[in-house]
Design a binder for this molecule. Structure first.
Ligand code: SF4
Ligand code: SF4
Length: 291
């Protein structure tokens, strides 16, 4: 907010921001309708009342807090997808029951998948916060900076659009019913995707027995000496290498069959800003910096 804006009314500022958002969503002509809804929102009304008394730095914070509300109101004003790619840039889809034929026919292959194992942390975009997984999830891999690996930024398009997973097909960011459908979906696990006689099933079981997150957390002291965790991390690394050599598994496929390396999983647990359960492992600060 520049000096000239500081004297502006709250209404002027959020209207300007809303115009920009509607431009971005390709529906600037929805302005009057969306503005009326925003105006009536309890948060906006409350802010309007206290705005004149708010110190400048708090005004900035208040405007920032309004941004998600403006974006949501803008999206909900439009009952169709404008293929802005925001959902693809945010995350990647979790495979659902409906995706089984895509996997079985080879349209989705192990090398594009990652398994998030039970007990790991994952970011829930629906809940807007990290959650601890009570059940395993298999999802399309994400790019290092976040977002789906199939999203092509320059073209703003999906490289597998014809065969995109179910979650992408029902994704409708403006529609609460679509969110509800996603919530009620049945996520696939490795047990659903691999036949019981698949040669890697015994190795997956052994991996879970030895390096399952809930089991490790139960056995090792969460804040105990790093050495204990380091030993397990090394053991798991060796186990993975042995399997790759023995079965000739491609490196890119390992994250589907055995999840992410334990070291990566522990780092994700350690970076959680949320209150930990007593059994949550923590990597000591000194170690986090050197790794
Ligand atoms: S569903 Fe995704 S691509 Fe379509 S408008 Fe919403 S965020 Fe954009
Ligand atoms: S598979 Fe395609 S539609 Fe689905 S999130 Fe990835 S890029 Fe987007």
């Amino acid at each position: 907010m520049g000096p000239s804006q500081e004297a502006e009314s709250l209404g002027g500022l959020w209207r300007e921001a809303l115009r920009e958002i509607l431009e971005e969503f390709h529906v600037p002509h929805h302005f009057s309708r969306v503005a009326r809804k925003v105006e009536a929102h309890p948060l906006v009304r409350r802010l309007g009342r206290i705005w004149p008394e708010l110190p400048l730095n708090e005004r900035r914070r208040a405007l920032e807090a309004l941004t998600p509300l403006l974006r949501e109101a803008a999206l909900r004003s439009r009952p169709y997808c404008v293929r802005c790619g925001q959902c693809c840039r945010n995350s990647s889809p979790v495979l659902q029951q409906e995706d089984l034929p895509l996997f079985e026919s080879g349209l989705i292959v192990p090398s594009v998948l990652v398994t998030l194992r039970r007990g790991e942390w994952g970011f829930s975009h629906m809940e807007g916060r990290p959650i601890r997984l009570e059940m395993e999830r298999v999802k399309i891999k994400e790019r290092p900076g976040g977002g789906c690996i199939h999203y092509m930024d320059p073209q703003r398009a999906c490289s597998v659009y014809e065969h995109r997973p179910h979650q992408c097909r029902i994704q409708a960011c403006w529609d609460p019913q679509a969110e509800e459908l996603l919530r009620k979906g049945t996520p696939l696990t490795r047990a659903d995707l691999l036949p019981p006689d698949h040669p890697l099933v015994p190795a997956i079981r052994e991996h879970e027995d030895r390096f399952g997150i809930p089991r490790l957390q139960g056995e090792l002291k969460p804040h105990g000496p790093w050495g204990e965790w380091e030993r397990i991390v090394e053991e798991e690394r060796g186990f993975r290498l042995g399997l790759m050599n023995h079965y000739g598994i491609e490196e890119a496929e390992m994250e589907f069959y055995f999840g992410r390396p334990l070291q990566v999983v522990l780092r994700a647990c350690a970076s959680q800003p949320y209150p930990s359960t007593p059994a949550e492992p923590r990597v000591p600060e000194s170690r986090k910096k050197s790794r």
